[in-house]
Design a protein around this ligand. Structure first.
Ligand SMILES: Cc1cc2nc3c(=O)[nH]c(=O)nc-3n(C[C@H](O)[C@H](O)[C@H](O)COP(=O)(O)OP(=O)(O)OC[C@H]3O[C@@H](n4cnc5c(N)ncnc54)[C@H](O)[C@@H]3O)c2cc1C
Length: 401
């Protein structure tokens, strides 16, 4: 028997085998029938609105992105009789770049005849550097003042995308060469870790804009191959109340899962992790290891006197987890929603040279109200296009991809 319905809106194919389906219809994913709740991502995840309200807030967190206008520093120098390799200053892209700059730093470390290294820092940059050195045959000790969960790396989203990594008018061609190499190495490395153990997955991103998007951005040109399923959507293809919506797929990491897993990997490969603050180059020079890699993030400013590095403060409001929400949304007012197992992250702020780790209540009010409005508008668009349908048996199929 056919479905009874008062309205019908056809689904829209947006690529081979992928379909965005409107509400209430029965669809077919990988041959298996399912009830379509609403619009879906290209891989079939429902695009459900986030329930935003004050009483769903479970925490507010602040982190300081270690930013250098010229970009991250991966460079070697001598420190007394040691080879000192720097690997810090990744701004808002430390997760994204981690395995990449770790590989560049390891190349420099291999210039030494020794195969024993100290890594200073136990955030994502230090830990990926430690693992990369171990894979290249180094015996590694990690020294850090703070361990996860007390690092900036625990605060991050962490979407795979190089945001706030350098200022375009300052970065040199040599930096851009390093950046391209690092991005491509890291992109590949995270792909190999997709799964439960590390909490890495592919996810759909929706970038909302009021004004027409620029077509000459790095995302659309230089790094297009790093953002699969990239396309501009028509209003019928998405549930958002925005004039322009771009879809891309990115890798997405869960820091509370990833960081303990990689710390375990370091230890399983024979590495040691020691809580120790190193407060001067002299203290570093006294370490027993002939190779030292400096992965201290924002701490490098004080430790090695880098006056170019400063924080970009970021604040996130976290709602209790909402199962079923599995997409990212980012708008041009700087708001973003990242759904993690430990909570729905609502961002965001980017405040340069603000060293305070205290949450700003005005920023929180803006973030919460902005997301409330975003998801209320999404709900309204879904209702407007809702289909009242009563499936009449397992064979009822109104639409397939
Ligand atoms: C709100 C927010 C959202 C973000 N979202 C993303 C995202 O979506 N994607 C992304 O790629 N990036 C994101 N980032 C950026 C990312 O978090 C950073 O780039 C990254 O965490 C930097 O890693 P790190 O290991 O260099 O520094 P950290 O995590 O800060 O680790 C530094 C380590 O060095 C140690 N240390 C420092 N000084 C000393 C010392 N003197 N002696 C001994 N140990 C020392 C610390 O204790 C710590 O262990 C975000 C950041 C914020 C704040």
């Amino acid at each position: 028997m056919p479905m009874r319905r008062r309205t019908f809106v056809t689904g829209l194919a947006i690529g081979a085998g992928t379909t965005l389906l409107p509400a209430g219809l029965i669809g077919c994913a990988d041959g298996a029938p399912y009830v379509v709740g609403d619009f879906r991502t290209p891989s079939g995840a429902p695009l459900l609105p986030v329930q935003v309200s004050e009483d769903r807030i479970i925490r507010t967190v602040v982190g300081l992105r270690p930013f250098r206008p010229a970009g991250f520093r991966v460079e070697a120098e001598r420190l007394d009789d040691k080879l000192l390799v720097h690997n810090y200053g990744h701004g808002g892209g430390g997760w994204t770049l981690s395995w990449g700059t770790a590989a560049l730093a390891a190349e420099l470390a291999l210039a030494s005849d020794h195969r024993r290294a100290a890594v200073i820092g136990c955030g994502i940059v230090g830990l990926t550097t430690a693992r990369t050195l171990q894979r290249r045959g180094f015996e590694v000790t990690v020294y850090a003042r703070e361990l996860p969960p007390d690092t900036t790396s625990n605060i991050a989203g962490a979407q795979w995308s190089p945001a706030s990594v350098f200022d375009p008018d300052v970065a040199t061609p040599a930096f851009h060469h390093q950046l391209d190499r690092a991005l491509r190495i890291a992109y590949r490395a995270f792909q190999e870790q997709v799964g439960e153990r590390y909490g890495v997955r592919w996810i759909s991103n929706y970038w909302l804009r009021d004004d027409p998007p620029r077509l000459d951005t790095d995302l659309r040109t230089r790094w297009r191959d790093l953002y699969p399923e990239q396309r501009d959507l028509t209003p019928e293809e998405h549930p958002f109340a925005a004039a322009y919506v771009q879809h891309v797929s990115t890798l997405f990491m869960e820091p509370p899962r990833y960081l303990p897993a990689i710390m375990e990997d370091v230890r399983l490969a024979g590495g040691r992790i020691e809580v120790r603050s190193l407060d001067s180059p002299e203290a570093v020079a006294q370490l027993p290891d002939p190779v030292v890699v400096n992965c201290t993030g924002l701490g490098a400013g004080v430790l090695f006197g880098d006056s170019d590095i400063f924080p970009i403060k970021g604040q996130l409001t976290v709602l209790r987890p909402q199962p079923g929400v599995d997409y990212l949304v980012i708008n041009d007012a700087g708001l973003y929603m990242f759904p993690r197992h430990d909570g729905i992250l609502l961002g965001g702020t980017n405040v340069r040279r603000d060293w305070s780790l205290i949450a700003d209540e005005t920023a929180e009010a803006r973030i919460v109200a902005g997301h409330e409005a975003l998801f209320a508008a999404m709900s309204a668009k879904r209702k407007q296009r809702a289909v009242v349908a009563e499936p009449q048996g397992p064979s009822a199929t109104a639409h397939t991809g």
